[in-house]
Design a protein around this ligand. Structure first.
Ligand code: HEC
Length: 162
């Protein structure tokens, strides 16, 4: 009696084929998993980045300031994280368009000459979406993303405008 032609000739080959049929897909799935998760793994921050993340929030440098214990150029070399917290820059980039470069007013009211406590109070009110004037919604958008420290920094900076 003639057997049908197949590459499986012995029970041993059958076992190997069964094992391969079982393990090869598992291997492929494992490879795919490592491939996919590798791509999403957040990169370990460097010591420098970690130091930046955990530095005191209230640390603020004005342009031209000398940072104690550090060379004069370090303020300019501070990476973006610290620069965002620089109220002078923040004011000139975000606020001055409506309130004037020196806080003299424009689309928004005059800020120059206001006490820093009053400015903090008003900005905090806007941050909390409180209605003050008729155009408060404009300021909600501005103050909504500010932290309490940024508000303090901005208020202090505005009092220096002349
Ligand atoms: C799109 C224009 C615009 C921008 C940008 C803007 N403001 Fe205003 N701001 C206004 C307007 C308009 C008002 C008046 C809102 C009202 O009617 O309550 C106002 C009100 C204020 C007040 C209250 C003034 C007062 O005496 O009642 C403060 C303080 C203030 N803004 C600070 C800031 C600061 C700080 C920034 C930058 C983070 C900023 N604003 C960005 C338009 C703007």
């Amino acid at each position: 009696m003639e057997q049908e032609e197949t590459f499986i000739k012995t029970p041993g080959q059958m076992m190997k084929l069964a094992a391969a049929a079982f393990f090869i897909p598992i291997l492929i799935i494992m490879l795919l998993i490592t491939f996919v998760t590798n791509g999403q793994k957040p990169e370990k921050p460097t010591a420098e980045q970690t130091a930046l993340l955990i530095q005191p929030v209230g640390k603020v440098y004005m342009e031209g300031d000398t940072v104690p214990g550090e060379p004069a150029e370090s303020a300019a070399m501070m990476p973006v994280v610290a620069k965002v917290a620089n109220p002078a820059e923040q004011y000139s980039q975000v606020c001055s368009g409506c309130h004037g470069a020196q806080g003299g007013g424009g689309l928004g009211p005059k800020l120059q000459g206001q006490a820093s406590t009053a400015l903090v109070q008003k900005l905090t009110a806007y941050k909390n979406k409180q209605q003050r004037g008729t155009q408060s919604a404009l300021m909600w958008a501005q103050a909504g993303g500010l932290s309490a420290d940024e508000i303090k920094g901005l208020a202090n900076y505005i009092t220096t405008l002349k």
